[in-house]
Design a protein around this ligand. Structure first.
Ligand code: ADP
Ligand code: ZN
Length: 720
C-alpha cells in the first residue's frame, strides 16, 4: 500500500480524520514549501510535521525550547513505534553517545533538540552525515522579542537553515499576533510564506463565569460534579494555593500544590504525579502549565481572577487538548479585580500601564457580557464569531435574557447608601435592606433607619447582582480600599426618578450533564484505567502515552471482542495494537463474559470531512479582489458583513493581495477620520482592536475598525 498522510494517520496514530488545516499543512510541507502554522493549544500542531517526517526520506529535526516537552513528545512517538529521540543535557554521556550513533546510522526519523544544542559545530557536523529533509521550529514565537517568551538563541537558527538548504522549514506556534508572525518569517528567511492560521475557537471548552460569592462552596459544588476527573485550579497567590490545597486535601480530595515558592524537587514531583494520574487536581499559580502536554485535563477553575483576557485564554486552553469536552469555571470577584488594578497601578511605565489596563478591561467585559462568551473572547483575537448559539457557554445555555426595570429597587438601595453616608460595602447595605439582625447592624443602630427591611423581595444573591450591574453601568462607585459604595451623578438621577435602572437578573444557571458526550460502562472504564496505569508505571511513561482517555471510553462503550474491532477504535494504530491489544482484549472479554455483555455494533459516525475545494475566505477574498463589492458578496454568499470582513482579513494575512483603494471605497468615513484611526494603529499596533476602539472614544464601531485595519495593513505593505 502506498504511504499517504491519510493512511499514516490511521495506521500509526490510530486517528480517523484530520483536524482542520492539518491536511492542508501536511500537503504544503510535502511539496517542500516553507510553512508557518498558527494554531491554538490542542489544535493538533504536532501531527503537521510528524506525518511528513515519516514520509520524507531523510531526517526531521525538531527544535523545542523545553526538555519536558521534548521528552513527552518522544515518549509518545516511541509508543507509536516511530523512530524518534532527543538530544539534550538530561541524557547521560552513554545515552547521548548512543543517540548520536542512531543519527549517524540513519536509524531515526525525528530528532528533537533545544536550539543551544543544535547550534554547536559538533551537532551540525553530525547532521551533515545525513540528509536533513525538514527543519521544524516548535514554539516559534520564541524567536520574537514581541512574543511572550523570547529566546535569543532562536534567532540564530537561521544558521542551521542556511547550512541545510535542501531542508524544508516549518514553524509552529499558538501565538497569533501579526507582529510575531512577521518576525518569524523574516528572521528565519522563509523562502515563500504559506501561513496557515486556524481559528482560536476551542469548541470543546465549556465556559462559565459566575460571581464569586462564596468561593469555597462554589468550588466544592463544582468538584462534586467532576468526580474522578483531572483538573487545574488557578489561584492568585502562593499563599492561596497552599491554603486551598490544605483545605481540599483535608476534605479528601486528591490534590497537590504547585507554585514558584516550592523547592524544585517538590515542584517537579508534584507535576509528575499529576501527569501520571497519581494525583487528580493541581492547585497552582500561573507558574504552572507551560510545557504541560497532558491531554486529559477535564477542567480548569479560576478561583481568582486571571490578570487579563490573554492569560485567561491560555490557562483554560490547557483543558481538553484531547478534543473531549472540558469545563472552565471562572469565579469573578470585584475584590480580585481591585487587587489586579492595584498591581497595575504600581507599574512605572505609563504605556505598559495603559496596555495592562486595557487587556484587563477586555476580561471584565467578557465576564460581564450577556452574549455568548465566544463573541468577546474571539473578538479579542481579531476573529468574528458568528454562530447564534454556541451551546458551550453559560450565557448560551441560559438563553436570551430580558432586562428588568429595577428602578424602585435601585432607589431603595441608593437611598440606603446615602443614609449610611456612603461608608459601607455591599454586604452591610444588603443586611440593612433585608432587615438582618446581626451585631454590626445593632452596633450602628441601623435597625432604626427608614430603609431597614424594605428590600426583602430580593434574595441576597439578587441584590448582589443588582449592585454589581449598577457599578458596571456607572450608577454606583465602589471605593477601592474598603469597598464602600458611593453614588455617582447618574446615581443621583436614578434616586430622584429622573432616570430608570435596568439589570438582568439571572436565575441559577442550568446544570449541564457532565458526561463526556459518550455513554459508557463506568465499571469497565475504571478497570481499563487501572490496567493502563499499571502498564504506564512499568514503563515510566504517563498513562496517556499508552492510550488516550477516548480510546478507553470507546472500549467501554463498544466492548470489542476481536483485534479487528479493536483496530477500528480511536487512537489504536498497528504498533499499539500489537503492544497492548491482547492485554486489553482479555480484560474486556472477561468482563463481558462475567456480565453477559455482547459486542456493540459499531455505527460509523459519519465523520464529515471538511475539505471544500477552496476555503471560504479564499473564495470571498478572490471575488472581492475581482471587483465585487462587500454588499454584493453578502448577497452572493448569504453571510453577514462582519463575516465577509473577517474573511478578507484572513485572506490578507495569508499573504494574498487586495488593493487598498478598493477597501477604502468600502469605508464611509472622511479623510480626517481615517487619518485619526491610522494614527491610532501606528500607536497601538494592529493586533488588537480594543485599544484603538477605546482610544477613539468608542466612536467608531468594531465593524468599521475591522475594515480600517485591513486598509492600514495594506498601506503598510505597499510602502515597504
Ligand atoms: P498542540 O501542539 O497544537 O497543542 P497537539 O499536537 O499536542 O496539539 O495535539 C493535541 C492532542 O490532539 C494530542 O493528544 C493529539 O494526539 C490529538 N490529535 C491531534 N490530531 C488529531 C486528529 N486528527 N484526530 C484525533 N486526535 C488528534
Ligand atoms: Zn456561547
Amino acid at each position: 500500500m502506498p504511504q499517504t498522510p491519510q493512511n499514516i494517520l490511521k495506521s500509526v496514530f490510530g486517528y480517523e480524520a484530520f483536524r482542520p488545516l492539518q491536511q492542508e499543512i501536511i500537503d504544503n510541507l510535502l511539496q517542500k514549501r516553507d510553512t508557518m502554522v498558527i494554531m491554538p493549544t490542542g489544535g493538533g500542531k504536532s501531527l503537521c510535521y510528524q506525518i511528513p517526517a515519516l514520509l520524507f526520506d531523510g531526517l526531521t529535526v525538531v527544535v523545542s525550547p523545553l526538555i519536558s516537552l521534548m521528552k513527552d513528545q518522544v515518549e509518545q512517538l516511541q509508543q507509536l513505534g516511530v523512530a524518534a529521540a532527543f538530544l539534550n543535557s538530561s541524557l547521560s554521556p552513554a545515552e547521548f553517545k548512543a543517540t548520536v550513533k542512531q543519527v549517524t546510522d540513519g536509524k531515526l526519523k525525528l530528532l528533537y533538540m533545544a536550539p543551544e544544542g543544535l547550534l554547536t559545530d559538533r551537532t551540525l557536523e553530525m547532521l551533515h552525515t545525513q540528509t536533513l529533509s525538514c527543519l521544524t521550529i516548535d514554539e516559534a514565537h520564541c524567536i520574537s522579542e514581541w512574543g511572550h517568551d523570547f529566546r535569543p538563541e532562536y534567532r540564530r537558527l537561521v544558521r542551521v537553515r542556511k547550512a541545510f538548504p535542501g531542508a524544508v522549514l516549518i514553524a509552529l506556534t499558538a501565538t497569533a499576533t501579526p507582529r510575531v508572525q512577521k518576525d518569524i518569517v523574516e528572521t528565519l528567511e522563509f523562502e515563500s510564506t504559506n501561513a496557515f492560521i486556524a481559528s482560536f475557537n476551542r469548541e470543546n471548552l465549556f465556559m462559565e463565569i459566575v460571581a464569586k460569592t462564596d468561593p469555597a462552596t462554589q468550588l466544592l459544588d463544582f468538584l462534586d460534579r467532576h468526580k474522578e476527573q483531572s483538573g487545574i485550579i488557578y489561584c492568585f497567590s502562593r499563599r492561596q494555593v497552599d491554603s486551598l490545597a490544605g483545605y481540599l486535601a483535608a476534605l479528601g480530595h486528591s490534590v497537590l500544590p504547585y507554585h514558584a515558592g516550592l523547592e524544585d524537587g517538590v515542584r517537579k514531583s508534584n507535576q509528575d504525579q499529576f501527569i501520571r494520574d497519581d494525583v487528580q487536581i493541581m492547585i497552582a499559580t500561573i507558574a504552572f502549565g507551560m510545557g504541560i502536554n497532558k491531554p486529559n485535563v477535564r477542567f480548569v477553575v479560576h478561583y481568582d481572577l486571571p490578570k487579563n483576557i490573554e492569560s485567561y485564554y491560555q490557562e483554560i486552553g490547557r483543558a481538553g487538548r484531547d478534543g473531549l469536552r472540558a469545563d472552565c469555571l471562572l469565579l469573578f470577584g470585584y475584590g480580585d479585580l481591585q487587587k489586579i488594578r492595584y498591581f497595575i497601578d504600581q507599574k512605572e511605565n505609563t504605556q505598559e500601564q495603559r496596555a495592562a489596563r486595557m487587556h484587563l478591561q477586555a476580561l471584565v467585559d467578557l465576564a460581564e457580557s450577556h452574549q455568548c462568551r465566544r463573541i468577546p473572547l474571539l473578538r479579542y483575537f481579531g476573529e468574528t464569531y458568528t454562530r447564534e448559539n454556541c451551546a458551550m457557554c453559560d450565557n448560551c445555555l441560559r438563553g436570551e435574557q430580558p432586562t428588568q426595570d429595577v428602578t424602585v429597587a435601585a432607589q431603595k438601595l441608593l437611598s440606603c447608601i446615602k443614609r449610611t453616608r456612603e461608608m459601607f460595602g455591599a454586604n452591610h447595605i444588603i443586611d440593612i435592606l433585608r432587615g438582618s439582625e446581626n451585631k454590626k447592624i445593632i452596633d450602628f443602630g441601623h435597625q432604626r433607619l427608614s430603609t431597614y427591611g424594605i428590600g426583602v423581595e430580593y434574595s441576597r444573591d439578587q441584590w448582589l447582582q443588582i449592585i454589581r450591574q449598577l457599578i458596571s453601568q456607572g450608577v454606583l462607585n465602589k471605593a477601592p480600599e474598603y469597598g464602600s459604595l458611593k453614588l455617582t451623578a447618574a446615581g443621583i438621577e436614578v434616586l430622584f426618578g429622573r432616570q430608570k435602572a435596568h439589570v438582568v437578573l439571572q436565575q441559577e444557571p442550568p446544570r449541564q450533564p457532565m458526561q463526556l458526550e459518550l455513554e459508557y460502562d463506568r465499571v469497565l472504564f475504571e478497570q481499563l484505567r487501572q490496567k493502563r496505569k499499571q502498564l504506564a508505571d512499568q514503563q515510566l511513561i504517563p498513562p496517556y502515552a499508552v492510550f488516550p482517555d477516548r480510546t478507553l471510553i470507546e472500549m467501554a462503550k463498544y466492548f470489542p471482542q476481536s483485534e479487528d474491532r479493536l483496530r477500528s477504535l480511536h487512537g489504536i494504530g498497528h504498533v499499539k495494537l500489537e503492544k497492548y491489544g491482547r492485554i486489553f482484549l482479555m480484560l474486556i472479554r472477561n468482563y463481558c463474559r462475567e456480565k453477559g455483555i455482547a459486542e456493540v455494533p459499531f455505527i460509523t459516525t459519519s465523520l464529515k470531512k471538511k475539505t471544500p475545494g477552496m476555503l471560504r475566505h479564499v473564495q470571498v477574498g478572490s471575488a472581492f479582489a475581482a471587483g465585487h463589492s462587500i454588499e454584493a458578496l453578502q448577497r452572493q454568499f448569504n453571510i453577514k458583513k462582519s463575516t465577509i470582513v473577517a474573511h478578507l482579513y484572513r485572506y490578507l494575512q495569508e499573504g494574498l493581495s487586495l488593493t487598498a483603494k478598493q477597501i477604502r471605497d468600502e469605508i464611509h468615513l472622511n479623510e480626517k477620520e481615517v487619518a485619526d484611526v491610522i494614527a491610532c494603529f501606528d500607536l497601538h499596533g494592529a493586533e488588537y482592536l480594543t485599544p484603538v476602539f477605546e482610544d477613539l472614544g468608542r466612536r467608531i464601531p468594531y465593524e468599521t475598525l475591522h475594515l480600517l485595519r485591513i486598509y492600514y495593513l495594506l498601506q503598510d505593505r505597499n510602502e515597504t
